[in-house]
Design a protein. Structure first.
Length: 390
């Protein structure tokens, strides 16, 4: 039988009615699993708002409760378990594994914090939460996307650095009686197979990727930049089209009415050109692929509002219960135009000059294109880079 030890800082205990909860001396806290069912908890301020940060003693995996109300603090143990359930689901951990973990947690026991090392790790986790304020969901107490990001933030364990999420997966494997190196077996991650086609008449330039459905559109933006070899010098946005629209023949997709506009959540100027009375506005760093592709199979990605490179994104396949945690480039075709070439018209002019070594502009155009066209990289090199976008 195990107990879930919630070991609270003085700031956290000051917010609780400690007269009504069972408190153990910190030294008596032993969950029988090296701290796997124990969590250190602090009460902090982020973004001028209050938050509760919970850190697993063994794996350093975090749970964040944002703007908790008195009722959340009154039933803190239940709320943390709800946070664990939601964060584990976001990680792609099989529901049966999550329920086994929560069942093993047993009843909640409170105590003060234990040991300088754990308190130092908790303080570092609280500091790191501040780096992810742009991911805060103002509509939710449980901040599952921050848990996901912090779980993939390298933490020092002794003399080496590891990811809390992978430490968590390994311990869940041991909990299930499996070797920890088989940790991917505890994951059931929904993946999307997307085909992203650069819309230039007469050219076949596309990338086929596999990406977890929990990824945000900000992550998809970075994947598109990486796989096409764009330099990310310019603004971008995603648009979801109004599928009820009946277009005239040969009407391009970008001319269709917009249903949802997904803009750069980190760009302070993004709202200046929006018309929220004409369509719904979302932010790419707070919107998951699942939120959009559960209702549609297509959207557009626009990069560089000067050259206006339009990319059609098609959902080709939904793969349930995958173990894949990272975006992956599966196939590709065609080289993208040089950056800042001047859109489709400038691209045609570039191709005309570059195909004629006798042209007086050839040498300068060739030298310029070496700087602005996509760097040559193998699929394997690109996929190594994509592992940072989980």
């Amino acid at each position: 039988w195990k107990e879930m030890n919630l070991q609270c800082t003085k700031k956290m205990l000051d917010k609780m009615d400690i007269q009504r909860i069972e408190m153990l001396p910190a030294g008596d806290c032993d969950d029988g699993a090296d701290g796997f069912y124990s969590w250190h908890i602090n009460y902090i301020t982020i973004n001028r708002r209050k938050a509760i940060v919970c850190m697993n003693n063994l794996t350093r995996y975090p749970i964040v409760l944002y703007r908790p109300k008195s009722k959340d603090i009154a039933r803190l143990g239940e709320r943390i378990k709800e946070g664990i359930r939601e964060a584990f689901r976001e990680e792609g951990i099989a529901e049966s594994v999550t329920e086994d973990y929560l069942r093993n947690c047993g009843s909640v026991i409170y105590s003060k914090t234990a040991g300088r090392s754990l308190v130092a790790s908790l303080n570092k986790t609280c500091e790191t939460v501040g780096y992810y304020m742009d991911l805060l969901d103002e509509e939710s107490v449980i901040q599952k996307r921050i848990s996901l990001s912090l779980g993939h933030y390298l933490v020092k364990f002794g003399e080496k650095y590891e990811y809390p999420s992978e430490k968590l997966f390994q311990r869940l494997c041991l909990m299930k009686g499996m070797p920890e190196e088989n940790w991917e077996q505890v994951l059931q991650i929904e993946n999307y197979q997307l085909k992203i086609k650069l819309m230039i008449d007469g050219y076949d330039i596309w990338r086929r990727i596999l990406i977890p459905s929990r990824c945000t559109f900000k992550q998809l933006h970075r994947v598109i930049q990486e796989t096409f070899g764009w330099f990310d010098y310019h603004l971008h946005e995603f648009t979801v089209l109004d599928e009820t629209y009946i277009p005239e023949e040969h009407t391009p997709l970008y001319a269709w009415p917009i249903k949802i506009r997904i803009v750069d959540g980190e760009d302070p100027e993004a709202e200046e050109y929006l018309e929220p009375d004409q369509y719904e506005v979302k932010y790419d760093n707070r919107t998951s692929l699942r939120e959009i592709f559960s209702d549609t199979e297509r959207c557009l990605y626009t990069y560089d509002f000067g050259d206006n490179w339009e990319h059609e994104i098609l959902l080709e396949k939904v793969i349930k219960d995958s173990h894949n945690r990272f975006p992956v480039l599966l196939e590709r075709e065609g080289e993208r135009p040089p950056e800042d070439v001047g859109g489709p018209t400038g691209f045609e002019e570039y191709l005309r000059v570059i195909s004629d070594p006798e042209s007086p502009e050839y040498e300068s155009m060739a030298a310029w294109s070496e700087i602005t066209k996509a760097k040559k990289r193998t699929v394997e090199e690109i996929n190594r880079s994509l592992r940072y976008y989980h």
